[in-house]
Design a protein around this ligand. Structure first.
Ligand SMILES: [Mg+2]
Length: 325
């Protein structure tokens, strides 16, 4: 009986972490969305007691949340990563405003839209994603949490191949795949009960090992030198960029998590960097939500999300499915 209770407690925590990761995306997105494109200077005086109001009502979320939760829905419906199903659901979002707060897609990125048009024109989904230097935005990293969580207990090679496949639907440049892979390794490390510092070391060790012996990725390694050499964690706030470039988003996420001790502080710091505020905060929210758990997300933020009940229902449903696997 005692062993059973202990086991249940651990399982509950896993559920709380997975639900926390998905809700973390939505909260980060809604917190940052009204400030997208603002500079750090402009955001100096902003207080984050409640979800802020911009052009839309407070609690409005954008493409980051739509595409993350649509991905979770697709994984649940198909029981596996099915790029065709994912592409169809994403296209429905773009064309008909499926899974949006106000009936139309908000804040979509150029690379994602172009890829979905290519898919609609008949290109297979694995070939739809852009491969050029200009396709290195954070539009796939921002929706990757459910894929990582789905494969988090799989062997490392399976996890990384799945993340690369999911990214390629809209973003197929090796630099973007690498960034998504390093993000996946961070969550995998944290799922193994590592501290954040231990998980950063794990990412550096496993990321270096996996990607440096693989040619399309080896050429991209230098873009992440700040991480490999550990200098990232010594940078000052003014030296951190948080634009829509995937390398900026990934490195800012690591830096923010290293600088903060709870969900609230991590998300506030993410938004305060300015630039691509909603996506930086969404990506940070996915890791902080996983690490600290759903219960550590401030209720004043969590309960103000538009269609929040549906988001919570789906996050718990996804977490329960993961727990049972
Ligand atoms: Mg957005």
């Amino acid at each position: 009986m005692r062993a059973k209770l202990v086991g249940k407690k651990v399982a509950d925590k896993i559920k709380e972490k997975i639900a926390g990761s998905l809700i973390g995306v939505a909260v980060g997105d809604a917190l940052g969305f009204p400030f997208e494109g603002c500079s750090a200077k402009e955001l100096k005086e902003v207080r984050f007691c409640y979800l802020p109001q911009g052009s839309y009502p407070a609690g409005t979320w954008s493409d980051d949340t739509s595409l993350t939760f649509i991905t979770a829905e697709s994984l649940l419906a198909k029981g596996r990563l099915d790029l065709h199903d994912l592409a169809q659901r994403f296209y429905l979002w773009l064309k008909e405003g499926y899974f949006t707060p106000h009936g139309r897609p908000l804040g979509f990125g150029r690379a994602t839209v172009r890829a979905l048009w290519r898919y609609a024109a008949g290109l297979p989904p694995e070939k739809a994603g852009g491969r050029g230097e200009r396709d290195c935005g954070n539009g796939s990293l921002m929706r990757m949490a459910p894929v990582v969580l789905w494969f988090i207990s799989s062997p490392e090679e399976t996890l990384l191949a799945s993340v690369h496949e999911a990214s390629s639907l809209t973003h197929a440049h090796p630099r973007v795949l690498l960034a998504c892979g390093l993000y996946a390794l961070l969550l995998k490390g944290l799922s193994q009960k590592m501290t954040l510092n231990e998980a950063f070391l794990y990412v550096r060790e496993r990321g270096m090992c996996f990607y440096s012996r693989n040619l399309p990725f080896a050429k991209e390694m230098s873009h992440f030198d700040l991480l490999w050499k550990g200098r990232l964690f010594h940078l000052k706030k003014e030296e951190i960029r948080a634009s829509g470039y995937v390398v900026h988003t990934l490195l800012a996420t690591f830096w923010i998590l290293a600088r903060t001790n709870n969900f609230r502080e991590a998300l506030k710091l993410a938004v305060s960097l300015g630039e691509d505020t909603d996506t930086t905060a969404a990506v940070v929210g996915s890791v902080a939500g996983f690490y600290y758990g759903l219960s550590q997300i401030p209720p004043s933020w969590c309960h103000s999300l538009i269609k929040g009940d549906h988001l919570l229902y789906l996050a718990f449903h996804f977490a329960e499915k993961m727990e049972a696997r």
